[in-house]
Design a protein around this ligand. Structure first.
Ligand SMILES: NC(=O)C1=CN([C@@H]2O[C@H](COP(=O)(O)OP(=O)(O)OC[C@H]3O[C@@H](n4cnc5c(N)ncnc54)[C@H](O)[C@@H]3O)[C@@H](O)[C@H]2O)[C@@H](O)CC1
Ligand SMILES: [K+]
Length: 512
Protein backbone atom coordinates (compact mmCIF):
# COMPACT_ATOMS: atom_id res chain seq x y z
CA UNK A 1 0.00 0.00 0.00
CA UNK A 2 1.40 3.36 -1.03
CA UNK A 3 1.42 6.44 1.16
CA UNK A 4 0.90 9.74 -0.66
CA UNK A 5 0.90 13.49 -0.31
CA UNK A 6 -2.27 15.35 -1.26
CA UNK A 7 -0.56 16.58 -4.44
CA UNK A 8 0.55 13.06 -5.40
CA UNK A 9 -3.00 11.80 -4.91
CA UNK A 10 -4.25 14.61 -7.13
CA UNK A 11 -1.69 13.73 -9.81
CA UNK A 12 -2.65 10.05 -9.61
CA UNK A 13 -6.32 11.04 -10.02
CA UNK A 14 -5.50 13.32 -12.96
CA UNK A 15 -3.36 10.69 -14.68
CA UNK A 16 -6.21 8.21 -14.28
CA UNK A 17 -8.68 10.65 -15.78
CA UNK A 18 -6.57 12.28 -18.50
CA UNK A 19 -4.13 9.57 -19.59
CA UNK A 20 -6.01 6.38 -18.82
CA UNK A 21 -9.40 7.82 -19.67
CA UNK A 22 -11.40 6.72 -16.64
CA UNK A 23 -13.95 9.49 -16.28
CA UNK A 24 -13.89 11.53 -13.06
CA UNK A 25 -17.58 10.78 -12.50
CA UNK A 26 -16.83 7.05 -12.72
CA UNK A 27 -13.94 7.38 -10.30
CA UNK A 28 -16.17 9.23 -7.87
CA UNK A 29 -18.85 6.55 -8.21
CA UNK A 30 -16.25 3.85 -7.42
CA UNK A 31 -14.86 5.84 -4.51
CA UNK A 32 -18.24 6.66 -3.00
CA UNK A 33 -19.56 3.14 -3.48
CA UNK A 34 -16.47 1.54 -1.93
CA UNK A 35 -16.72 3.89 1.05
CA UNK A 36 -20.48 3.30 1.33
CA UNK A 37 -19.95 -0.47 1.51
CA UNK A 38 -17.52 -0.02 4.39
CA UNK A 39 -19.85 2.40 6.15
CA UNK A 40 -22.79 0.00 5.85
CA UNK A 41 -20.67 -2.78 7.37
CA UNK A 42 -19.77 -0.59 10.32
CA UNK A 43 -23.22 0.76 11.29
CA UNK A 44 -26.59 -0.75 12.14
CA UNK A 45 -29.71 -0.49 9.93
CA UNK A 46 -31.51 1.09 12.89
CA UNK A 47 -28.98 3.97 13.09
CA UNK A 48 -30.03 7.47 12.13
CA UNK A 49 -27.32 8.66 9.78
CA UNK A 50 -26.50 12.27 8.94
CA UNK A 51 -24.36 12.83 5.86
CA UNK A 52 -22.70 16.23 5.68
CA UNK A 53 -21.67 17.30 2.21
CA UNK A 54 -19.16 20.02 1.42
CA UNK A 55 -18.33 21.95 -1.70
CA UNK A 56 -15.56 19.92 -3.37
CA UNK A 57 -15.09 16.37 -4.58
CA UNK A 58 -15.14 14.97 -1.05
CA UNK A 59 -18.71 16.27 -1.00
CA UNK A 60 -19.26 14.57 -4.37
CA UNK A 61 -18.29 11.29 -2.71
CA UNK A 62 -20.91 12.17 -0.10
CA UNK A 63 -23.71 12.23 -2.70
CA UNK A 64 -22.70 8.76 -3.94
CA UNK A 65 -22.54 7.44 -0.37
CA UNK A 66 -25.91 8.96 0.48
CA UNK A 67 -27.53 7.37 -2.59
CA UNK A 68 -26.01 3.95 -1.81
CA UNK A 69 -27.18 4.06 1.81
CA UNK A 70 -30.68 5.23 0.87
CA UNK A 71 -30.96 2.56 -1.85
CA UNK A 72 -29.98 -0.02 0.78
CA UNK A 73 -32.76 1.18 3.08
CA UNK A 74 -30.74 3.07 5.69
CA UNK A 75 -32.28 6.04 7.50
CA UNK A 76 -30.35 8.99 6.14
CA UNK A 77 -30.51 12.79 6.41
CA UNK A 78 -28.39 14.64 3.89
CA UNK A 79 -27.19 18.19 4.48
CA UNK A 80 -25.59 20.13 1.67
CA UNK A 81 -23.50 22.79 3.37
CA UNK A 82 -22.76 25.28 0.52
CA UNK A 83 -25.53 26.72 -1.63
CA UNK A 84 -26.28 24.29 -4.47
CA UNK A 85 -24.94 26.78 -7.02
CA UNK A 86 -21.42 26.32 -5.58
CA UNK A 87 -21.27 22.60 -6.44
CA UNK A 88 -19.30 21.98 -9.65
CA UNK A 89 -17.88 19.27 -11.90
CA UNK A 90 -18.14 15.62 -10.93
CA UNK A 91 -19.69 16.57 -7.60
CA UNK A 92 -22.50 18.38 -9.44
CA UNK A 93 -22.96 15.35 -11.69
CA UNK A 94 -23.49 13.18 -8.59
CA UNK A 95 -25.73 15.76 -6.96
CA UNK A 96 -27.97 15.42 -10.01
CA UNK A 97 -27.80 11.61 -10.01
CA UNK A 98 -28.81 11.75 -6.35
CA UNK A 99 -31.78 14.00 -7.09
CA UNK A 100 -32.79 11.99 -10.17
CA UNK A 101 -32.83 8.88 -7.97
CA UNK A 102 -35.69 10.51 -6.09
CA UNK A 103 -33.78 11.69 -3.05
CA UNK A 104 -33.60 15.09 -1.42
CA UNK A 105 -31.16 16.99 0.74
CA UNK A 106 -31.46 19.85 3.21
CA UNK A 107 -29.93 23.17 2.18
CA UNK A 108 -27.81 24.22 5.15
CA UNK A 109 -27.29 27.70 3.75
CA UNK A 110 -31.02 28.38 4.25
CA UNK A 111 -31.12 27.06 7.87
CA UNK A 112 -32.11 29.37 10.70
CA UNK A 113 -29.40 29.67 13.33
CA UNK A 114 -31.17 27.30 15.78
CA UNK A 115 -31.22 24.54 13.11
CA UNK A 116 -27.49 24.46 12.57
CA UNK A 117 -26.51 22.20 15.48
CA UNK A 118 -25.97 18.52 14.73
CA UNK A 119 -29.37 16.97 15.58
CA UNK A 120 -29.55 14.88 18.73
CA UNK A 121 -31.35 12.02 16.98
CA UNK A 122 -28.39 11.19 14.73
CA UNK A 123 -26.36 8.16 15.78
CA UNK A 124 -23.82 8.39 13.00
CA UNK A 125 -22.35 11.33 11.09
CA UNK A 126 -20.69 10.72 7.76
CA UNK A 127 -18.17 13.49 7.24
CA UNK A 128 -17.80 14.30 3.56
CA UNK A 129 -17.30 18.01 4.16
CA UNK A 130 -13.77 18.51 2.92
CA UNK A 131 -11.04 16.23 1.65
CA UNK A 132 -7.46 16.64 0.55
CA UNK A 133 -8.23 20.02 -0.99
CA UNK A 134 -8.48 21.81 2.36
CA UNK A 135 -6.24 24.87 2.73
CA UNK A 136 -5.43 26.45 6.08
CA UNK A 137 -7.81 26.69 9.00
CA UNK A 138 -11.51 26.06 8.41
CA UNK A 139 -13.63 28.97 7.30
CA UNK A 140 -17.27 29.40 8.21
CA UNK A 141 -19.64 27.71 8.07
CA UNK A 142 -17.32 24.64 8.18
CA UNK A 143 -15.65 25.77 11.37
CA UNK A 144 -18.96 25.94 13.27
CA UNK A 145 -20.21 22.67 11.81
CA UNK A 146 -17.03 20.82 12.77
CA UNK A 147 -17.26 22.23 16.30
CA UNK A 148 -20.81 20.95 16.49
CA UNK A 149 -19.74 17.51 15.20
CA UNK A 150 -16.95 17.27 17.75
CA UNK A 151 -19.31 18.25 20.57
CA UNK A 152 -21.90 15.65 19.57
CA UNK A 153 -21.90 12.12 20.94
CA UNK A 154 -22.38 10.59 17.46
CA UNK A 155 -20.09 8.05 15.90
CA UNK A 156 -18.22 10.09 13.29
CA UNK A 157 -17.11 8.40 10.08
CA UNK A 158 -14.83 10.54 7.95
CA UNK A 159 -14.34 9.79 4.29
CA UNK A 160 -10.78 10.02 2.92
CA UNK A 161 -9.55 12.39 5.64
CA UNK A 162 -11.18 13.99 8.68
CA UNK A 163 -12.35 17.39 7.42
CA UNK A 164 -9.92 20.15 8.32
CA UNK A 165 -6.92 17.82 8.70
CA UNK A 166 -4.24 18.70 6.17
CA UNK A 167 -3.03 15.91 3.91
CA UNK A 168 0.69 16.52 4.31
CA UNK A 169 1.25 18.02 7.73
CA UNK A 170 0.93 16.90 11.30
CA UNK A 171 -0.18 20.27 12.68
CA UNK A 172 -3.87 20.98 12.57
CA UNK A 173 -4.72 24.67 12.40
CA UNK A 174 -7.74 25.35 14.55
CA UNK A 175 -10.67 22.97 14.37
CA UNK A 176 -10.86 19.65 12.49
CA UNK A 177 -13.16 16.64 12.69
CA UNK A 178 -12.13 14.13 15.34
CA UNK A 179 -13.29 10.97 13.63
CA UNK A 180 -14.16 7.68 15.27
CA UNK A 181 -13.26 5.94 12.02
CA UNK A 182 -11.79 7.17 8.74
CA UNK A 183 -12.23 5.27 5.52
CA UNK A 184 -9.28 6.48 3.49
CA UNK A 185 -9.73 6.39 -0.27
CA UNK A 186 -7.10 4.08 -1.73
CA UNK A 187 -3.91 5.53 -0.24
CA UNK A 188 -3.15 6.92 3.21
CA UNK A 189 -2.01 10.53 3.18
CA UNK A 190 1.12 11.61 5.10
CA UNK A 191 -0.87 13.14 7.96
CA UNK A 192 -2.12 9.69 8.99
CA UNK A 193 1.44 9.18 10.26
CA UNK A 194 2.22 12.62 11.64
CA UNK A 195 1.33 13.94 15.09
CA UNK A 196 -1.06 15.27 16.17
CA UNK A 197 -3.06 14.83 12.93
CA UNK A 198 -2.86 11.03 13.23
CA UNK A 199 -5.08 11.21 16.32
CA UNK A 200 -7.90 12.87 14.34
CA UNK A 201 -8.27 9.86 12.05
CA UNK A 202 -9.46 7.52 14.82
CA UNK A 203 -9.22 3.96 13.61
CA UNK A 204 -8.57 4.04 9.90
CA UNK A 205 -8.83 1.66 7.02
CA UNK A 206 -8.13 2.07 3.32
CA UNK A 207 -10.82 1.32 0.77
CA UNK A 208 -9.88 0.20 -2.70
CA UNK A 209 -11.45 2.59 -5.20
CA UNK A 210 -9.78 0.99 -8.21
CA UNK A 211 -7.16 3.57 -9.15
CA UNK A 212 -5.00 1.92 -11.81
CA UNK A 213 -1.51 0.84 -10.78
CA UNK A 214 -0.15 2.53 -13.89
CA UNK A 215 -1.11 5.88 -12.42
CA UNK A 216 1.00 5.09 -9.33
CA UNK A 217 3.91 4.08 -11.57
CA UNK A 218 3.61 7.40 -13.36
CA UNK A 219 3.59 9.49 -10.19
CA UNK A 220 5.99 7.32 -8.11
CA UNK A 221 5.23 8.31 -4.55
CA UNK A 222 7.73 5.57 -3.54
CA UNK A 223 6.37 5.50 -0.01
CA UNK A 224 4.82 2.33 1.37
CA UNK A 225 3.11 1.06 4.46
CA UNK A 226 4.95 -1.91 5.99
CA UNK A 227 2.63 -4.07 8.01
CA UNK A 228 2.10 -7.64 9.09
CA UNK A 229 1.37 -8.84 5.56
CA UNK A 230 4.74 -7.65 4.23
CA UNK A 231 6.58 -9.05 7.26
CA UNK A 232 4.97 -12.48 6.89
CA UNK A 233 5.86 -12.57 3.22
CA UNK A 234 9.50 -11.63 3.75
CA UNK A 235 10.45 -13.08 7.15
CA UNK A 236 13.16 -15.65 6.37
CA UNK A 237 12.55 -19.20 7.58
CA UNK A 238 15.38 -21.10 9.29
CA UNK A 239 16.54 -23.80 6.96
CA UNK A 240 17.18 -27.34 8.21
CA UNK A 241 20.61 -27.62 6.57
CA UNK A 242 22.21 -24.66 8.28
CA UNK A 243 24.61 -24.08 11.15
CA UNK A 244 25.39 -21.13 13.43
CA UNK A 245 27.61 -19.58 10.79
CA UNK A 246 24.68 -19.43 8.36
CA UNK A 247 23.04 -16.69 10.39
CA UNK A 248 25.91 -14.31 10.58
CA UNK A 249 28.81 -13.52 12.81
CA UNK A 250 27.94 -10.19 14.35
CA UNK A 251 29.69 -7.62 16.45
CA UNK A 252 27.73 -5.47 18.87
CA UNK A 253 29.75 -2.60 20.34
CA UNK A 254 28.47 -0.56 23.22
CA UNK A 255 28.55 0.20 26.91
CA UNK A 256 30.62 2.24 29.33
CA UNK A 257 31.04 2.17 33.06
CA UNK A 258 27.78 4.06 33.67
CA UNK A 259 25.81 2.41 30.89
CA UNK A 260 26.16 -1.33 31.12
CA UNK A 261 22.49 -2.10 30.51
CA UNK A 262 22.41 -0.79 26.93
CA UNK A 263 24.79 -3.39 25.44
CA UNK A 264 23.12 -6.13 27.50
CA UNK A 265 19.73 -5.25 25.99
CA UNK A 266 21.12 -4.94 22.47
CA UNK A 267 23.12 -8.18 22.69
CA UNK A 268 20.32 -10.28 24.18
CA UNK A 269 17.96 -8.83 21.60
CA UNK A 270 20.36 -9.73 18.75
CA UNK A 271 20.64 -13.27 20.09
CA UNK A 272 16.87 -13.64 20.50
CA UNK A 273 16.47 -12.37 16.94
CA UNK A 274 18.44 -15.17 15.39
CA UNK A 275 22.11 -14.09 15.20
CA UNK A 276 24.23 -17.24 14.82
CA UNK A 277 27.34 -15.92 16.55
CA UNK A 278 27.63 -12.72 18.48
CA UNK A 279 30.65 -10.92 19.88
CA UNK A 280 29.99 -8.03 22.21
CA UNK A 281 32.67 -5.34 22.31
CA UNK A 282 32.69 -3.41 25.58
CA UNK A 283 35.21 -1.03 27.18
CA UNK A 284 37.37 -3.07 29.58
CA UNK A 285 36.16 -1.32 32.73
CA UNK A 286 32.55 -2.27 31.99
CA UNK A 287 33.18 -5.70 30.52
CA UNK A 288 32.68 -7.94 33.53
CA UNK A 289 29.33 -6.35 34.40
CA UNK A 290 28.05 -6.78 30.85
CA UNK A 291 29.52 -10.25 30.37
CA UNK A 292 27.85 -11.58 33.51
CA UNK A 293 24.46 -10.82 31.95
CA UNK A 294 24.89 -12.25 28.46
CA UNK A 295 25.85 -15.92 28.57
CA UNK A 296 25.61 -16.66 24.84
CA UNK A 297 27.99 -13.99 23.50
CA UNK A 298 31.75 -13.93 23.27
CA UNK A 299 33.42 -10.66 24.27
CA UNK A 300 35.93 -8.25 22.84
CA UNK A 301 37.43 -5.90 25.42
CA UNK A 302 37.97 -2.35 24.15
CA UNK A 303 40.67 -0.14 25.67
CA UNK A 304 39.06 2.26 28.09
CA UNK A 305 39.69 5.49 29.89
CA UNK A 306 37.47 6.92 32.61
CA UNK A 307 34.96 4.18 31.94
CA UNK A 308 34.53 4.82 28.21
CA UNK A 309 36.27 3.52 25.12
CA UNK A 310 39.61 5.33 24.73
CA UNK A 311 41.28 6.78 21.65
CA UNK A 312 43.82 3.96 21.75
CA UNK A 313 41.12 1.88 20.00
CA UNK A 314 42.16 3.59 16.75
CA UNK A 315 45.56 1.88 16.77
CA UNK A 316 44.38 -1.68 17.47
CA UNK A 317 43.67 -4.50 15.04
CA UNK A 318 40.13 -5.57 15.90
CA UNK A 319 39.71 -7.73 12.74
CA UNK A 320 36.58 -5.76 11.96
CA UNK A 321 36.41 -7.08 8.42
CA UNK A 322 35.70 -10.58 9.77
CA UNK A 323 32.15 -9.72 10.83
CA UNK A 324 29.05 -10.10 8.66
CA UNK A 325 27.47 -7.16 10.43
CA UNK A 326 28.37 -4.63 13.10
CA UNK A 327 26.18 -2.44 15.30
CA UNK A 328 27.62 0.23 17.54
CA UNK A 329 26.45 2.92 19.85
CA UNK A 330 24.24 1.86 22.77
CA UNK A 331 25.76 3.24 25.95
CA UNK A 332 29.18 4.03 24.44
CA UNK A 333 29.40 7.62 25.69
CA UNK A 334 30.36 10.61 23.60
CA UNK A 335 34.04 11.23 24.21
CA UNK A 336 36.91 11.33 21.72
CA UNK A 337 37.36 7.56 22.05
CA UNK A 338 33.87 6.98 20.70
CA UNK A 339 34.58 9.30 17.79
CA UNK A 340 37.82 7.47 16.96
CA UNK A 341 36.06 4.14 17.28
CA UNK A 342 33.19 5.11 14.98
CA UNK A 343 35.67 6.45 12.44
CA UNK A 344 37.47 3.10 12.56
CA UNK A 345 34.21 1.18 12.11
CA UNK A 346 33.29 3.29 9.09
CA UNK A 347 36.69 2.57 7.53
CA UNK A 348 37.16 -1.08 8.41
CA UNK A 349 33.79 -2.86 8.60
CA UNK A 350 33.20 -4.66 5.30
CA UNK A 351 29.50 -5.30 5.67
CA UNK A 352 26.38 -3.62 7.02
CA UNK A 353 27.20 -1.15 9.79
CA UNK A 354 24.44 0.00 12.13
CA UNK A 355 25.07 3.18 14.09
CA UNK A 356 22.81 4.13 16.95
CA UNK A 357 22.70 6.39 20.00
CA UNK A 358 26.13 7.77 20.97
CA UNK A 359 27.67 6.55 17.72
CA UNK A 360 25.20 8.82 15.90
CA UNK A 361 26.06 11.73 18.12
CA UNK A 362 29.76 11.69 17.19
CA UNK A 363 29.00 11.18 13.51
CA UNK A 364 28.35 14.87 13.10
CA UNK A 365 31.95 15.60 14.12
CA UNK A 366 33.25 13.28 11.39
CA UNK A 367 32.25 15.77 8.74
CA UNK A 368 32.07 14.49 5.17
CA UNK A 369 34.19 11.40 5.85
CA UNK A 370 31.38 8.98 6.42
CA UNK A 371 29.53 9.68 3.19
CA UNK A 372 32.03 7.62 1.23
CA UNK A 373 31.24 4.18 2.59
CA UNK A 374 31.17 1.29 0.08
CA UNK A 375 29.13 -1.00 2.34
CA UNK A 376 25.63 -0.44 3.72
CA UNK A 377 25.41 2.13 6.47
CA UNK A 378 22.29 2.09 8.64
CA UNK A 379 21.51 4.98 10.97
CA UNK A 380 18.76 4.68 13.57
CA UNK A 381 18.13 8.15 15.01
CA UNK A 382 15.20 9.35 17.02
CA UNK A 383 14.06 12.87 16.05
CA UNK A 384 16.46 14.48 18.55
CA UNK A 385 19.42 12.62 17.10
CA UNK A 386 18.43 13.46 13.53
CA UNK A 387 18.01 17.08 14.64
CA UNK A 388 21.59 17.01 15.94
CA UNK A 389 22.82 15.54 12.65
CA UNK A 390 20.95 18.00 10.46
CA UNK A 391 21.20 21.13 12.60
CA UNK A 392 17.40 21.41 12.71
CA UNK A 393 15.26 21.35 15.82
CA UNK A 394 13.49 18.12 16.85
CA UNK A 395 10.17 19.89 16.21
CA UNK A 396 11.24 20.71 12.65
CA UNK A 397 12.33 17.11 12.08
CA UNK A 398 8.99 15.84 13.34
CA UNK A 399 7.11 18.35 11.22
CA UNK A 400 8.72 17.02 8.04
CA UNK A 401 9.66 13.49 8.97
CA UNK A 402 9.16 12.13 5.47
CA UNK A 403 10.94 14.77 3.43
CA UNK A 404 13.85 15.28 5.84
CA UNK A 405 14.56 11.55 6.08
CA UNK A 406 14.36 11.20 2.34
CA UNK A 407 16.79 13.98 1.59
CA UNK A 408 19.17 12.95 4.38
CA UNK A 409 19.33 9.31 3.24
CA UNK A 410 19.88 10.35 -0.37
CA UNK A 411 22.50 12.93 0.50
CA UNK A 412 24.51 10.56 2.67
CA UNK A 413 23.89 7.32 0.80
CA UNK A 414 22.63 5.59 3.93
CA UNK A 415 19.61 3.72 5.20
CA UNK A 416 17.83 5.89 7.71
CA UNK A 417 15.46 4.63 10.37
CA UNK A 418 13.72 7.64 11.84
CA UNK A 419 12.18 6.37 15.03
CA UNK A 420 8.94 7.57 16.55
CA UNK A 421 5.29 6.58 16.75
CA UNK A 422 5.35 5.80 13.00
CA UNK A 423 8.94 4.83 12.34
CA UNK A 424 10.06 5.48 8.76
CA UNK A 425 12.70 3.37 7.02
CA UNK A 426 14.27 5.22 4.08
CA UNK A 427 16.65 3.60 1.60
CA UNK A 428 19.59 5.44 0.01
CA UNK A 429 17.48 5.59 -3.19
CA UNK A 430 14.77 7.44 -1.27
CA UNK A 431 12.12 4.71 -1.04
CA UNK A 432 10.23 4.96 2.23
CA UNK A 433 8.47 2.37 4.37
CA UNK A 434 6.25 3.47 7.24
CA UNK A 435 5.74 1.11 10.12
CA UNK A 436 2.29 0.46 11.50
CA UNK A 437 2.98 -1.39 14.75
CA UNK A 438 3.95 -0.15 18.22
CA UNK A 439 2.45 1.89 21.02
CA UNK A 440 3.50 4.46 23.64
CA UNK A 441 4.90 1.76 25.94
CA UNK A 442 8.02 1.94 23.75
CA UNK A 443 8.67 5.52 24.86
CA UNK A 444 11.18 4.30 27.46
CA UNK A 445 14.92 4.08 27.86
CA UNK A 446 16.46 0.94 26.41
CA UNK A 447 13.84 0.09 23.79
CA UNK A 448 16.06 1.63 21.09
CA UNK A 449 18.92 -0.66 22.17
CA UNK A 450 16.60 -3.62 21.70
CA UNK A 451 15.80 -2.45 18.18
CA UNK A 452 19.50 -2.07 17.36
CA UNK A 453 20.16 -5.68 18.37
CA UNK A 454 17.25 -6.87 16.24
CA UNK A 455 18.48 -4.88 13.26
CA UNK A 456 22.00 -6.30 13.54
CA UNK A 457 20.63 -9.80 13.61
CA UNK A 458 18.14 -9.29 10.78
CA UNK A 459 20.56 -7.63 8.34
CA UNK A 460 22.88 -10.62 8.70
CA UNK A 461 20.23 -13.19 7.88
CA UNK A 462 18.32 -11.38 5.15
CA UNK A 463 19.68 -10.47 1.76
CA UNK A 464 17.38 -7.49 1.25
CA UNK A 465 18.45 -4.81 3.72
CA UNK A 466 15.28 -2.72 3.58
CA UNK A 467 13.13 -5.77 4.30
CA UNK A 468 15.38 -6.71 7.22
CA UNK A 469 15.13 -3.19 8.63
CA UNK A 470 11.39 -2.84 8.15
CA UNK A 471 10.79 -6.29 9.63
CA UNK A 472 12.89 -5.44 12.69
CA UNK A 473 10.98 -2.20 13.20
CA UNK A 474 7.62 -3.90 12.75
CA UNK A 475 8.36 -6.83 15.06
CA UNK A 476 9.82 -4.55 17.73
CA UNK A 477 6.56 -2.59 17.73
CA UNK A 478 4.52 -5.77 17.50
CA UNK A 479 6.23 -7.21 20.59
CA UNK A 480 5.18 -4.08 22.49
CA UNK A 481 1.64 -4.38 21.10
CA UNK A 482 1.41 -8.00 22.24
CA UNK A 483 2.70 -7.04 25.70
CA UNK A 484 0.11 -4.30 26.06
CA UNK A 485 -2.71 -6.44 24.64
CA UNK A 486 -2.03 -9.59 26.63
CA UNK A 487 0.34 -9.05 29.52
CA UNK A 488 1.10 -5.57 30.68
CA UNK A 489 -0.01 -1.96 30.72
CA UNK A 490 1.67 0.67 28.53
CA UNK A 491 3.12 2.18 31.72
CA UNK A 492 4.83 -0.96 32.90
CA UNK A 493 6.54 -2.35 29.82
CA UNK A 494 10.34 -2.10 30.09
CA UNK A 495 12.90 -2.75 27.37
CA UNK A 496 13.81 -6.15 28.81
CA UNK A 497 10.14 -7.21 28.48
CA UNK A 498 10.34 -6.48 24.75
CA UNK A 499 13.34 -8.83 24.42
CA UNK A 500 11.46 -11.50 26.41
CA UNK A 501 8.45 -11.07 24.12
CA UNK A 502 10.40 -11.57 20.88
CA UNK A 503 10.06 -15.39 20.75
CA UNK A 504 6.25 -15.22 20.88
CA UNK A 505 6.21 -12.31 18.46
CA UNK A 506 8.24 -14.17 15.86
CA UNK A 507 6.07 -17.26 16.37
CA UNK A 508 2.96 -15.20 15.69
CA UNK A 509 4.41 -14.19 12.34
CA UNK A 510 5.73 -17.63 11.39
CA UNK A 511 2.40 -19.26 12.22
CA UNK A 512 0.17 -16.64 10.59
N1 LIG B 1 -10.24 14.04 -8.07
C1 LIG B 1 -10.82 12.87 -8.17
O1 LIG B 1 -10.92 12.37 -9.22
C2 LIG B 1 -11.34 12.16 -6.98
C3 LIG B 1 -11.35 12.79 -5.75
N2 LIG B 1 -11.95 12.22 -4.70
C4 LIG B 1 -12.31 13.04 -3.54
O2 LIG B 1 -11.95 14.36 -3.76
C5 LIG B 1 -11.32 14.91 -2.63
C6 LIG B 1 -10.45 16.03 -3.09
O3 LIG B 1 -11.31 16.88 -3.81
P1 LIG B 1 -11.11 18.46 -3.91
O4 LIG B 1 -9.78 18.72 -4.47
O5 LIG B 1 -12.31 18.99 -4.57
O6 LIG B 1 -11.02 18.94 -2.40
P2 LIG B 1 -12.09 19.03 -1.24
O7 LIG B 1 -13.18 18.06 -1.36
O8 LIG B 1 -11.29 19.03 -0.01
O9 LIG B 1 -12.72 20.48 -1.44
C7 LIG B 1 -11.91 21.60 -1.64
C8 LIG B 1 -12.75 22.83 -1.58
O10 LIG B 1 -13.05 23.10 -0.23
C9 LIG B 1 -12.96 24.48 0.01
N3 LIG B 1 -11.98 24.73 1.08
C10 LIG B 1 -10.65 24.56 1.02
N4 LIG B 1 -10.08 24.92 2.17
C11 LIG B 1 -11.08 25.34 2.97
C12 LIG B 1 -11.10 25.86 4.29
N5 LIG B 1 -10.01 26.01 5.02
N6 LIG B 1 -12.30 26.19 4.83
C13 LIG B 1 -13.41 26.03 4.13
N7 LIG B 1 -13.45 25.57 2.85
C14 LIG B 1 -12.29 25.22 2.28
C15 LIG B 1 -12.60 25.17 -1.25
O11 LIG B 1 -13.75 25.66 -1.82
C16 LIG B 1 -12.03 24.06 -2.11
O12 LIG B 1 -12.30 24.23 -3.44
C17 LIG B 1 -10.61 13.77 -2.00
O13 LIG B 1 -10.36 13.97 -0.62
C18 LIG B 1 -11.60 12.66 -2.25
O14 LIG B 1 -12.56 12.62 -1.22
C19 LIG B 1 -12.72 11.01 -4.92
O15 LIG B 1 -13.98 11.40 -5.36
C20 LIG B 1 -12.08 10.11 -5.93
C21 LIG B 1 -11.90 10.81 -7.19
K1 LIG C 1 -13.81 14.33 4.97
Amino acid sequence: MQVVTGEEMGRIDRFTIEEIGLKEEVLMESAGRAAANKIMESISPSDNVGILIGTGNNGGDGFVIARCLLDAGFKVDVWLIPPESKVKGAALYHLNVFKNSGYTFADYSSFKSDEKEVPGQWDVIVDTLLGTGVQGSLREPYHAIVQSINQSSCKVISVDIPSGVPANKGEVEGEAVKASVTFILQSPKLSAFLAPADEYYGKWECVDIGLPIRAYHAVKPDRYLWSREQVSASFPARNKHTHKGSYGKGLLAGGSIHMTGAPVLAATSALRSGAGLLTTAVPEEALSTVASQVAESTFLPLPSKEGEVSEEVGTLDLSLSNYDGVAAGPGLGRNEGTRTFVQKLLNEVKGPLVLDADALFVLKELGEEWRKRDFPLILTPHPGELAHLTGLSPAEVNRQRFSISRSFAAQHGCYLILKGPHTIVTTPEGRQYVNDSGNPSLAKGGTGDVLTGMILSFVMSHSAIQEALSNAVFLHGKAADMLVDDVSSPHSVVAGDVVQQLPLTFRSILHS
